[in-house]
Design a protein around this ligand. Structure first.
Ligand SMILES: [Zn+2]
Length: 87
């Protein structure tokens, strides 16, 4: 019985998902079309953006900045979604 050769590295940390999402079930990844459904982990409404747990920066005009630097243009018309209350 020679078991030495069958012992390969057991733990190979795979970093396919470098997000900070610890939710169960996991939130949509940054490259999924559903990425906006991830949970916000940092909200800065006064600055107009929030950080989602998949690493996506979501701006209030619906623009997005992905963790790999990719920029998603705003895709919702502002006029319809913003009902102003004058301050
Ligand atoms: Zn999450």
């Amino acid at each position: 019985m020679n078991t030495a050769s069958s012992r390969s590295t057991l733990t190979t940390p795979q970093r396919k998902n470098a997000s900070m999402c610890q939710h169960q079930p996991p939130c949509p990844s940054a490259d999924s079309a559903d990425r906006e459904a991830a949970h916000p982990v940092a909200l800065h409404p006064e600055q107009g953006w929030s950080l989602l747990c998949n690493g996506v920066l979501l701006f209030e005009d619906t623009g997005e900045l992905l963790p790999d630097g990719q920029i998603i243009a705003p895709h919702r018309p502002l006029a319809a979604s913003q009902v102003m209350k004058a301050a």
